[in-house]
Design a protein around this ligand. Structure first.
Ligand code: NDP
Length: 498
């Protein structure tokens, strides 16, 4: 492990300056060993207020919010380039507090973070307004203006990939922002925000505060100078934030949890469906909102699939995320590891059969004994009502259920409080057509693992969220619409009191 790259302490970055918080110090651990690699200085409400006021000043001085589009595009591309140029460093920092494999972080997360800036630079280059001239003698045009100060709250499971989407979108449409990462995973994002300043983002436009959700996050959400809130995280936290935002009439988007069905029909390309089912649940160490955690397999292929899936899960290489050969690293924190493991006990008590896993792995090298590892876990569930089939476990924990026919597949798939994504595997076109119509989720992936199309809306039905992310959806969220109505010729108003 190369822990030297991590700063001794992570602090807030306000108005372009590092600020040492007075609040408590919180330890940051490398999940593969449990060793402390850094510490975080928690921002209190007063420090959060400084950050929000810096963002407000940067917004009000207008040089940012009214920057010509081509200049803004050039700056966003500089952000893209600088993030990509520091991909190795950012991936290492992320790995040190997240434990996802260095390879996955470099190849997917950090590339995606850079791409988010390029994507939004292209989106704003193609923006167009609306014109209405149906009212005789008048023309109305609709222009878009930035909203103001955005509070951006990011989770720990893919910190830079997810937070960068919010920052890039907020900036592209002329807003300023205050970013609050999860207190477990602040390392790469601190460097990321510093890099944006090096790329030329003016002081005060992107501010960073660090600390726990109920302290720093809650202070940010409650700050009256915050104009809009973009949140990615758990459903219960989302509910609480949205209630507070509602009290203040602040718009918000909520990207929340999932318990996504991965439906494998007997008509599927078996080998691809098997490979994808494993990747869909065990990537990112199982910590993904869009994991295919609820596998539904059709009866004629069920015995073979369950045997093959379990055998492959048992062969997944668990180990040091810095090692190129590792397929499954540790979970992000000890507390999360304990929570995920508790579901093995819950599963057994509810009559599920644990086919593999459900415990910490044995036989790891001594250096990793303090790490937060969990075996890839496979449980066979007799009913969809089991807690392990209804609650988001957010770890390497797959449940498998067998279904008999299309109607039962849809009933089971939709029998959930969530509705983020669904996966369907079949080579029978009418089955695919029906399923894409009948599934109640914001995204349906057919014969593929997760493939995020940034141009298309992403977000959840039901308890999986409110609002969408995409070029047009972000434009709608991060801008106010202003209608300007002008008569074609001088009007003659009614002459009251003449
Ligand atoms: P949490 O909801 O616990 O936290 C998310 C963020 O909110 C963190 O930065 C957290 O800070 C902060 N937070 C917590 N409480 C408050 C509060 N009262 N006020 C303001 N901010 C607060 O989720 P996790 O970090 O545990 O992330 C995992 C969850 O995120 C999963 O349920 C997953 O499904 C969901 N998720 C959804 C995605 C989507 O796009 N739909 C993508 C990725 C994850 P801190 O951690 O420092 O306490």
């Amino acid at each position: 492990m190369n822990a030297n790259v991590a700063p001794e302490r992570v602090v807030s970055l306000i108005d372009g300056e590092w600020v040492d918080a007075r609040g408590p110090r919180l330890a940051i651990h490398y999940p593969a060993t449990g060793a402390q690699v850094s510490e975080l200085a928690e921002a209190d409400a007063e420090e959060v207020d400084r950050a929000v006021r810096a963002a407000r000043r940067a917004f009000e001085n207008r040089s940012w919010s009214r920057m010509p589009v081509e200049a803004r595009q050039a700056l966003l591309m500089k952000c893209h380039d600088i993030v990509l140029a520091h991909a190795d460093e950012l991936a290492l920092l992320e790995c040190l507090n997240l434990g996802v494999s260095l390879r996955e972080l470099k190849e997917r997360h950090i590339r995606r973070a850079a791409f988010n800036f390029r994507f939004f630079s292209e989106v704003i280059g193609q923006g167009a307004g609306e014109v209405y001239d149906q009212t005789a003698g008048y023309r109305s045009i609709v222009v878009r203006e930035p909203v103001g100060v955005a509070a951006l709250i990011a989770p720990w499971n893919a910190p830079t990939a997810l937070a960068s989407m919010k920052v890039a979108a907020a900036l592209a449409f002329g807003n300023t922002c205050v970013l609050k990462p999860s207190e477990q995973t602040p390392l790469a994002l601190a460097r990321f925000v510093e890099l944006l300043h090096e790329a030329g983002v003016p002081p005060g436009v992107v501010n960073l505060v660090n600390g726990r959700g109920p302290v720093t996050g809650a202070a940010l959400v409650a700050n009256p100078e915050v104009d809009l809130i973009s949140f990615t995280g758990g459903t219960e936290t989302g509910r609480a934030i949205m209630a507070e935002a509602g009290r203040r009439l602040k718009p918000c988007t909520m990207e929340l949890g999932g318990k996504s069905a991965n439906i494998i029909f007997a008509s599927a390309d078996y080998d691809r469906a098997l490979d994808a089912a494993l990747a869909s649940i065990f990537s990112n160490n199982g910590q993904q909102c869009l994991a295919g955690s609820r596998i539904l397999v059709e009866k004629p292929i069920a015995d073979r699939f369950i045997a093959d899936f379990t055998a492959r899960a048992a062969r997944i290489r668990i180990g040091d995320p810095m090692d190129e050969a590792t397929e499954l690293g540790p979970l992000a924190s000890a507390g999360h590891r304990d929570r995920v493991l508790s579901y093995a006990g819950i599963a057994r008590s509810e009559g599920l059969e644990i086919l593999h896993g459900g415990a910490a792995p044995q036989g790891l090298p001594e250096a990793l004994w303090g790490g937060y590892f969990v075996q890839p876990t496979v449980a066979l569930a007799p009913t969809n009502g089991a807690r392990t089939c209804q609650e988001e476990i957010f770890g390497p924990f797959a449940t498998i259920q067998v279904f008999d026919g299309y109607a039962e597949a849809m009933d089971k798939a939709n029998d959930t409080a969530f509705g983020l994504v669904s996966y369907v595997w079949s080579d029978h076109l009418p089955t695919i057509e029906r399923a894409t119509r009948d599934l109640r989720s914001g995204v349906v992936w057919v014969n593929t693992t997760m493939t995020r199309e940034l141009r298309a809306p992403f977000g959840g039905y039901k308890d999986s969220g409110v609002g969408r992310e995409s070029g047009p959806a972000c434009r709608d969220f991060y801008t106010e619409a202003k209608t300007i109505t002008v008569p074609a010729e001088p009007i003659t108003p009614r002459r009251l009191g003449a």
